[in-house]
Design a binder for this molecule. Structure first.
Ligand code: HEM
Length: 468
């Protein structure tokens, strides 16, 4: 059998790691032109079979459990950070149950409660921008703010209140374990992994002590996900989640949500600064929906802020935080409608950002144009994709036909999308009430692809206080 073409490389061990690592988007686009939607590159001795276009996305996202495994691709990176017994350390059917727990914890009732909390945190945070005009690194700022909002909403008040003391350092050390190198190698004896392991234990103990204290204090009407996990959840076989499992799930959602949401918010603000007329349009939208910029935001109003929504969607189209989705192939696997067969133990990956930034799917694809989504929604209203239930409380398109999949598709699809939108829209809506932003030299920053999550290289912006 025929395997997909292998990209030539010069240094045997390293393979294409360097050209791919410097600018993966360019690397994938160039090779797509040369070889079509399927090709293989060698990454430190591993076969990475790249599957592009809507068909490639669909092939990877909807691969059968018997054919390809996310666990085998992500285990070495995630298990030491999240801990045992959750996510990629368990059978897929258990992950599906755990995702359902979190999804149910992020109920509309709870999301409703989060909006005022996020607005308050954002207002408080922005008191630091206290001049009429000044320069701030917007990515740093969003990372600091989002750990406050996310920990308050998901983990609860106790964690939020420790953020300035112990928790921030523990988070930092644990996060240091989330490095590409740990995707490639199991448990390297490097200092950052030692810190990671110590931080994991501290964080688990911290969460477990809160759970214990809550139990002693009795039931309340808390809206955080920790409360939901520890009081409401049991597996189908009747077993309740243990406190260790709940703690590990809390760590997993904290990690899954932090950099994804903070870089998306930062990129959205950077793109807005490229089109400064949008700040006024956003304020006008809020005035239309709420009556004035003094009215507190709420969940229902947020739903009606279409331009705000489309700004986030468009930022996710151009700068999705996760660009490669990986699986490991469990047996020789033919690619449908081709003559190719992927050898057992190869990795397969799709790169949805390539289809989301292609002219074939989006006119003037590289331009930031939130309004394009109004047209897109109109055109796609009538689509009747068959829906499938993977068991985590959300129906999904059975095939990943859409060229735009920043939250993935299929059984591993994100369960944090609604929360991410609530959080990011509330932050942007609160910020534009007070500030206009400008790029410093008129140009968007470049992407840093060396981190797990694609970040802006230099995200300093000028803020100017508005007259509202
Ligand atoms: C899965 C993106 C925020 C929790 C995923 C996947 C993507 C993604 C692409 C699929 C991974 C794969 O198929 O291998 C994003 C983006 C976010 C975001 C762009 C924000 C802008 C969040 C938040 C949470 C979260 C806030 C938690 C509250 C998860 C979980 C999974 C997931 C639990 C499932 C992993 C699996 O089943 O293998 N996310 N995410 N995400 N995300 Fe998110």
């Amino acid at each position: 059998p025929n395997e997909p073409p292998i990209i030539p490389y010069w240094i045997p061990l390293i393979g294409s790691a360097i050209t791919m690592g410097i600018d993966p988007v360019k690397f994938y686009r160039e090779n797509q032109k040369k070889h079509g939607n399927y090709f293989t590159y060698i990454l430190l001795g591993r076969r990475m079979v790249t599957c592009l276009g809507s068909e490639g996305n669909n092939f990877v996202f909807n691969a059968k459990l018997a054919d390809a495994s996310a666990e085998d691709a992500y285990r070495s990176l995630t298990v030491p950070v999240f801990g045992e017994g959750v996510v990629y350390d368990v059978e897929n059917s258990v992950l599906m149950e755990q995702k359902k727990f979190v999804k149910s914890g992020l109920s509309i009732k709870n999301l409703r409660a989060y909006v005022p909390m996020i607005q308050m945190e954002t207002d408080n945070y922005l008191t630091r921008w206290n001049k009429k005009s000044g320069i701030e690194d917007v990515h740093n700022a969003m990372a600091e703010l989002i750990i406050m909002t996310a920990s308050r909403c998901l983990l609860g008040e106790e964690v939020r209140s420790k953020l300035d003391e112990t928790f921030a350092q523990i988070f930092h050390d644990l996060d240091g374990g989330f490095k590409p190198i740990n995707f490639l190698f199991d448990n390297l004896p490097i200092p950052s992994n030692k810190l990671r392991d110590e931080a994991h234990i501290k964080m688990r103990k911290f969460f477990m002590s809160i759970m214990q204290a809550r139990r002693e204090a009795g039931i309340t009407d808390r809206t955080d996900v920790m409360e939901y996990l520890t009081t409401q959840c049991h597996y189908k076989n009747g077993r309740k989640l243990t406190d260790v499992e709940s703690s590990h799930i809390m760590i997993a959602i904290l990690m899954a949500g932090q950099h994804t949401s903070s870089t998306t918010t930062a990129w959205a603000l950077l793109f807005l600064s490229e089109k400064p007329e949008l700040f006024e349009k956003l304020r006008q939208e809020q005035i239309k929906v709420l009556g004035s910029l003094d009215v507190p935001l709420n969940y229902d109003a947020l739903k009606q802020l279409t331009l705000h929504e489309n700004v986030v969607r468009e930022a996710l189209r151009l700068r999705p935080p996760i660009i490669q989705i990986m699986r490991r192939v469990k047996k020789d696997l033919p690619i449908p409608q081709t003559n190719y067969v992927i050898p057992k133990d190869s990795f397969i990956q799709c790169v949805p950002t390539i289809s989301a930034r292609s002219e074939e799917n989006f006119e003037n694809a590289e331009e930031f144009n939130p309004n394009r989504w109004e047209v897109f929604d109109q055109q796609n209203k009538e689509r009747d994709d068959d829906l499938i239930d993977y068991g985590f409380g959300q129906l999904h398109m059975a095939s990943a036909k859409s060229p735009y999949l920043p939250f993935g598709a299929g059984r591993h699809r994100c369960i944090g999308e609604q929360f991410a939108y609530v959080q990011i829209k509330t932050i942007i809506a609160t910020l534009v009430r007070k500030f206009d932003l400008e790029l410093l030299n008129g140009k968007l920053p470049m992407c840093d692809f060396t981190t797990m999550i694609v970040q802006p290289k230099d995200s300093s912006l000028r803020y100017k206080r508005t007259n509202y």
